[in-house]
Write a protein that binds this ligand. Sequence first.
Ligand SMILES: Nc1nc2c(ncn2[C@@H]2O[C@H](COP(=O)(O)OP(=O)(O)O)[C@@H](O)[C@H]2O)c(=O)[nH]1
Ligand SMILES: [Mg+2]
Length: 214
Amino acid sequence: MESVRSEPPSGDPQAAAAPAPGPQGESALTVKILVAGGFGVGKTTLVSAVSEIRPLRTEEALTEKSIGIDDTSAVSQKTTTTVAMDFGRITLPNGLVLFVFGTPGQDRFWFMWDELAKGALGAVVLVDTRRLADCFPSVDYFERRGVPFIVGVNNFEGSGRHTPEQVRDALDLPADIPVINCDVRDRESAKQVLITLVEHIMRSMSGRQGSLTY
Ligand SMILES: Nc1nc2c(ncn2[C@@H]2O[C@H](COP(=O)(O)OP(=O)(O)O)[C@@H](O)[C@H]2O)c(=O)[nH]1
Ligand SMILES: [Mg+2]
């Protein structure tokens, strides 16, 4: 299997979203990816865990305005919510630079998704198995647009352990879409999720050789 850990970036010129200067001024291959999933599933946490720059966060305190709108029953410690997006950057061991955008989790921000998805080569859909249905809109969105995605099962205490195969069955996902367990609070675990996505994107691109206009 192709590994992004030790090999140089794929020679496919379409993989390059834009060249960005590296630490020594050389240009690096940069790729935009999204982190999606339901409210409180760990998107902001993942971006913060992996980002090598101070992540840009546009969170605001949950206010009375969101009471009755944002369901916080399963995330009782949650006191902030992402109103627009999270943004972070990570350089993978092979030199590929990922720009990671966390999507807003609430339905009332759907209008932003098309803007946010422009130029994205792939996505991570985070899942909390206690609230599996919350990820359906994200899965539908990426399936409909043909955006390669993987599923990260964020293991919260008390959610019980579900095997990736059980989650795959529950979400009715085809066999080629990776489903992996993760703890997005842990940098290495969160990074592994992104590496799995990049490997999946590369496999998807080599399979279709088509245009990447979504
Ligand atoms: N126990 C536990 N808490 C988590 C985990 N991931 C995120 N959290 C917490 O769950 C809450 C919601 O996470 P957040 O990243 O804000 O969710 P978002 O709405 O998807 O951006 C925060 O208080 C996180 O600290 C996890 O894997 N385990
Ligand atoms: Mg958030």
